[in-house]
Design a protein around this ligand. Structure first.
Ligand SMILES: NC(=O)c1ccc[n+]([C@@H]2O[C@H](COP(=O)([O-])OP(=O)(O)OC[C@H]3O[C@@H](n4cnc5c(N)ncnc54)[C@H](O)[C@@H]3O)[C@@H](O)[C@H]2O)c1
Length: 247
């Protein structure tokens, strides 16, 4: 079950933390993985580590907010690893490392675009680059990493980020209707809190009593990416320790 050895995956923002764990999980099921990150050294490090473990991977550094750059990275992936069957749009930015969360009313309007660009346009760009090929081949798995901040709300000064993530979730529901007849599925994994290089404090309201770790995310992505999930589309799965409401 969940054998991905005939598949090629493109994972954005996969140079560290959650994206890295997703790339490693897909590679662990046999997929060839194109590891994207804005920071080239991170992407190369992950790709090298997958190859060292016996997997297939290349690094495709670049900015997912730039459509032409994404198209070029997809072409490079297809030349090296074959057509992209699985797209995981993981690159995102909440601005959460700010020491003091900024309330929307205090935010500089010139900062709004940054969060919409990465969290919504980054998703649109990746999908736009791979969708024609997927529809033509009548197979595709589009998976977006969103946030419960966009699904449920979160009182942490991330309202514009939440809006960007919610836009991606609204978009995917309609896209799933458009591309379902071509046997392309479109699903979202919506995350709860997974500490990285910033302190999230103790877990609150999680029935399972802990924050997440990056390895909690990979298996959900592997499921949506699999042949076995061929009758599942337009869905949003929260991987969040069971938190029902964050606020
Ligand atoms: N960590 C959490 O608690 C949490 C919670 C909910 C949702 N998420 C979402 O999960 C995803 C991964 O989160 P994370 O915590 O691993 O983030 P992270 O900041 O640790 O890693 C994100 C990676 O994306 C890369 N990146 C940033 N901008 C990019 C761009 N324009 N093009 C290409 N790569 C870019 C960064 O260099 C970095 O390596 C994000 O979409 C995030 O919004 C995370």
């Amino acid at each position: 079950m969940f054998d991905l050895s005939s598949r090629t995956a493109f994972v954005t923002g996969a140079g560290q933390h959650v994206g890295r764990a997703i790339a490693e999980a897909l590679a662990g099921q046999g997929a060839a993985v194109a590891v994207n990150d804005l920071i080239g050294a991170r992407a190369r490090d992950v790709a090298e580590s997958i190859v060292k473990s016996g997997g297939r991977a290349i690094a495709v550094p670049g900015d997912v907010t730039d459509l032409e750059a994404v198209e070029a990275m997809v072409r490079e992936t297809e030349a090296a690893l074959g057509p992209v069957d699985i797209l995981v749009s993981n690159a995102g930015n909440s601005g959460a490392t700010r020491a003091i969360p900024t309330q929307f009313v205090d935010m500089d309007p010139s900062d709004w675009k940054k969060y919409v660009d990465i969290n919504f346009y980054g998703v649109l760009n990746g999908i736009h680059a791979v969708l024609p090929g997927m529809c033509q081949r009548r197979f595709g798995r589009i998976i977006t990493i969103a946030s419960d901040a966009g699904r449920q709300g979160l009182a942490m000064g991330m309202s514009v980020y939440s809006g960007g993530k919610a836009a991606a979730m609204g978009f995917q529901r309609s896209l799933a209707c458009e591309v379902g007849p071509a046997q392309v599925t479109v699903n979202t994994v919506s995350l709860g809190m997974i500490p990285g290089d910033w302190d999230m404090g103790p877990p609150k309201g999680t029935p399972l009593g802990r924050h997440g770790v990056p390895k909690d995310v990979g298996p959900a992505v592997v499921y949506f990416a699999s042949d076995e999930a061929s009758w599942v589309t337009g869905q949003i799965l929260s991987v969040n320790g069971g938190v029902y409401r964050n606020v």
